[in-house]
Design a protein around this ligand. Sequence first.
Ligand code: G1P
Ligand code: ZN
Length: 549
Amino acid sequence: MITTPATVATQPIAGQKPGTSGLRKKTPVFMGRHYLENFTQAIFDVVGARDQNGVGKTFVLGGDGRYFNDRAAQVILRMAAANGAARVIVGQGAVLSTPAASHLIRLNKTDGGIIMSASHNPGGPTEDFGVKFNMPNGGPAPEGVTEAMYQRTTEITEYKILEAQDVDLNTVGRHYLGGMIVDVVDPVADYADLMETLFDFPALRALFKGGFRMRMDSMCAVTGPYAVEILECRLGATPGTVTHATPLPDFGGMHPDPNPTWAHELMAEMMGADAPDFGAASDGDGDRNMVVGRGIYVSPSDSLAVLAANAHLAPGYAHGLAGVARSMPTSAAADRVADALGIAKFETPTGWKFFGNLLDAGKVTLCGEESFGTGSDHVREKDGLWAVLLWLNILAVRKQSVADILRDHWLTYGRNYYSRHDFEAIATDKADAMMAALRASLPGLPGQGIEGMAITAADDFAYTDPIDGSVSTRQGVRILFEDGSRIVMRLSGTGTEGATLRVYLERYTPGPDGLDHDPQAALAPVIRAAQTLARLAEFTGRSTPDVVT
Ligand code: G1P
Ligand code: ZN
């Protein structure tokens, strides 16, 4: 094999700024000349492929299998070798779910990892691609690190790459690329073993043996093989329980985002006459989840709260929780559970990277986001199948339906009616102008009334990390009302086309009456207030959301 290290002259490419979760762009942009190479070199320049003593580091590499995943992996490997890395652990076929990658980084105590994914965004030649770096703790690089990478892309003049043939990433075992070791591993086995340490697999096997029926929609994305191995092979769920189980480079044309809009096949089945007991779906890279009971949808904010209240029923959490963290736009349902349990609660900006320090410091055990993300301290990413298994464990112990568990929960804690309205592909200048006007109006809002509700506070969320003191400002506009209702508005940091406005709506009902309304009806005044306060139609010409979750 020819292996000559080469230094290639390049120049900065504008816009290589990582967003909420790594650098995401349209696939043709990523496939453009020097694009992937520049960003990969910026990663190695910032984190170093060798340590201070010149000893090569070890990294994990894998992706969600989307279009360009295989080619990108070969480029990243050649660049890792040319930059002096000693070893890269790669999932077979260059595939790893995001939580499995996080686990492999931790299990093998590596110096971090590179994940190729645009998460829940569609994949294909004209869709989305992405790259992100995860730290030695297994979690996404914090803002200081991603900012340094971005800076590096603005001044880059050359990158290093080995001239070599492709590594055979389809064959498990040890390979070499120049002087660098490439260990190709089974992407599923270690992750499935980890799940077995957290959950009562014998009880889950008994549940399925007793006739419990489930539908898992893997949406032609990365969790297919993981779900088949765990649910069907290890737990004995009926073969075929997992649908869309074969990962495809374009996700079969599906939009692999597990929400009621995009996982409509699952929703239709779960709301239908012969619905199984439990339904779930996962996203492109396997970190998101949606859970559905027979005839009842579980909002992600409620899911986090139910998991927090019941986690002790699973062996991995039998000793209770240190604390619970949620992103600011996530409903306060989990806070009520934390208060009742007498454990710590934290409110962080949007994005899993903000949970890392709290998890590392042992301050929290469970974390969650309203965007279909839940996870725990077992890895440093959100974890779709983990959430599904924790729900299954709870169902196995409580022997109640999802609907009964949810109803019990609301009777105990009250219900935080919640919804998120997304307005996609708004012209960036219009969205920016709207947010600027809204921000400017905030000081005048407290004391005013709208839709019969009094505004008590209005601000732009800022967060000081309790562990390292770092400050993140402008994390989303919050408008709070006297009755506990809340509006949050922010622009997405993961989109690749124009701007996406996210409007988060919440209203609390203590119960026992009024717990069974349709969320959109219960939230109607809050929705109207949000649109009026933001002057949404005036700035964007829009008033109907593209996606409602
Ligand atoms: C979205 C979600 C956020 C999540 C992120 C990555 O980011 O809102 O909660 O952490 O995807 O999955 P956004 O597009 O809102 O910036
Ligand atoms: Zn994802």
